[in-house]
Design a protein around this ligand. Sequence first.
Ligand SMILES: [Zn+2]
Ligand SMILES: [Zn+2]
Length: 267
Amino acid sequence: MDRLRFLSLASGSSGNCYFIGNASYGILIDAGIGIRTIRKCLRNIGLDFENIWAVFVTHDHADHIKSVGLLGEKQHIPVYATRKTHEGIQRSYCVTEKLYGSKKFIEKFETVQIGEFKITSFPVSHDASDNVGYTVEYKEKRFTFATDLGVIGEEVSEHLKQADYMVLEANYDETMLKTGKYPPHLKVRIMADTGHLSNDQTGHFLAEHYNERMKYVFLCHLSRENNMPEIAFTTVENYLNDVNVKVGRDMNLVTLSRYTPSELYIF
Ligand SMILES: [Zn+2]
Ligand SMILES: [Zn+2]
């Protein structure tokens, strides 16, 4: 009953939302999809809003914050973010219900305890008001979330290297982005150190830093225009093959879907 549970509700530029918890309660990382979809997904795993004890926000881009106002003020779920991210949420056009009493501030590197879960934030390189990833610790298990980042910096790397499970961005295939129809300024933005991670960057990192602790890697935030699940998977798998790490034997690799919830993982 009290094993670690993970569900991806949605992942990509149309909305991001992840549940991590146990059979009776948990938290959301980001809430960038509609509140009805969130409730439906939670009910499918036997939970409801009263079982969500907190929402942790990575940054204030629309695809990560759409429902934080409603979750905070209507469902009375505390919403944790850095001060700059909260300021960005208050300014955001896409958050119609603003946050008041449910607003909770975190500092980078601070650990917050929610029930039996310990959540620690760390800085990532991206172009929102402020940007963090999170590591969630639960009964000796570590689950790290690193989405929307242009490079894997030192702090991110340290967290990923100690993770049993991770949600890690594989936003774009470099050739698809370069030859695709996005306007030049957008291509530059995505490829920048404050943009998004490519399949190659993620594959390269995993091959270089693979260790036996890494059991599951969930590739997240795949671009619809500049990536395909098979390409992301194969690119990362090829990097791992080069260092003799076999997917399925040494590590599990999963691409998270943009619109469809993942299966419920119980670890
Ligand atoms: Zn995003
Ligand atoms: Zn973003």
